[in-house]
Design a protein around this ligand. Structure first.
Ligand code: SAM
Length: 272
């Protein structure tokens, strides 16, 4: 009984200290004027991952990926949250900004974590290798509505410039995510109200993904959402049925069109 009590105290202390070590924000050892410092959106994403930690641990992801890693704050927090080497997961992060790649490597190293960090546009050059194999993908994209010309510029502007409705980069990332996510893949995406999160969910629904807003947070400047997407068989069947109906509608309209074409040709022929 005494042993049980000691064990219970020990377990509670371990669980509590584990919670503290993961919940405490990680420190950045390095920064760069052209690299996005962790901000409300980064904290919202990590808090959403923490809130989903039990599911993530049960999920046993083999490959975790971050698109647009910036300072490395999110990918490092994810690795710590999953238990570094214990999880056996492989981490990969990309950023279009070369300075972000360097800062991310330093952040990971300072926390005893390892990831492959690639300087590329979204996941360019990695699609074939990672096709259908990413189990967890995290993205805090450039989502601020800006003039279209500001999108894709190098340097710090690439951290926030999202073009019309802040959707330019998001709309490029989603089809890539669809290609890379495994059958059990989960995508965590940060969005703003201006990005129309509901429309994003409907768009992904057509590809067979169910979704849920797992965190909503209003700051002085913005209203943030973290959406979790996952492949869902029912949603896929529903999407295919809708496509079937859409296809039927198209065929009917082709038939009507063909009928009228022939009909008009007959008139045309008789006129001559
Ligand atoms: C809002 S910041 C988020 C940074 C970091 N993930 C965080 O949460 O603190 C967006 C990041 O995406 C990167 N980025 C923008 N466009 C990108 C693209 N086409 N491909 C890869 N990374 C991109 C930016 O350089 C920036 O580091």
């Amino acid at each position: 009984m005494a042993l049980n009590f000691q064990w219970l105290c020990y377990r509670s202390l371990t669980v509590f200290s584990n919670m503290l070590s993961t919940i405490a924000r990680i420190n950045l050892v390095s920064s760069h004027p052209e690299v996005y410092d962790p901000c409300d959106d980064s904290f919202a994403l990590v808090d959403a991952l923490l809130a989903d930690r039990a599911n993530l641990l049960e999920h046993h992801p083999s490959i975790c990926m971050e698109i647009g890693c910036g300072s490395g704050y999110v990918i490092t927090s994810l690795a710590l949250l999953l238990g570094k080497e214990d999880s056996g997961a492989y981490y990969i992060a990309t950023d279009i900004n070369p300075h972000a790649v360097r800062v991310t490597c330093e952040t990971l190293l300072a926390h005893g974590c390892h990831a492959e960090v690639v300087n590329t546009d979204i996941a360019s050059g990695l699609e074939k290798r990672l096709s259908r194999s990413v189990d967890v993908m995290v993205v805090n994209p450039p989502y601020v509505p800006t003039p279209e010309e500001e999108v894709g510029r190098h340097g710090i502007a690439s951290a926030w410039a999202g073009g019309e409705n802040g959707r330019s980069v998001i709309d490029k990332i989603l089809p890539v995510a669809d290609k890379l996510l495994s059958d059990k893949g989960w995508l965590y995406l940060v969005t703003l109200t201006a990005n129309n999160p509901l429309e994003l969910c409907l768009q992904m629904r057509k590809k067979g993904y169910a979704s849920r807003i797992i965190l909503q947070r209003s700051t002085e400047e913005e209203s943030l959402h973290v959406i979790k997407f996952w492949r869902d068989l029912d949603t896929l069947l529903e999407a295919n049925e809708c496509m079937g109906t859409e296809q039927n509608r198209k065929w009917t309209s082709y038939r009507i069109h063909a009928f009228y074409s022939i009909f008009h040709m007959e008139i045309w022929e008789t006129e001559f």
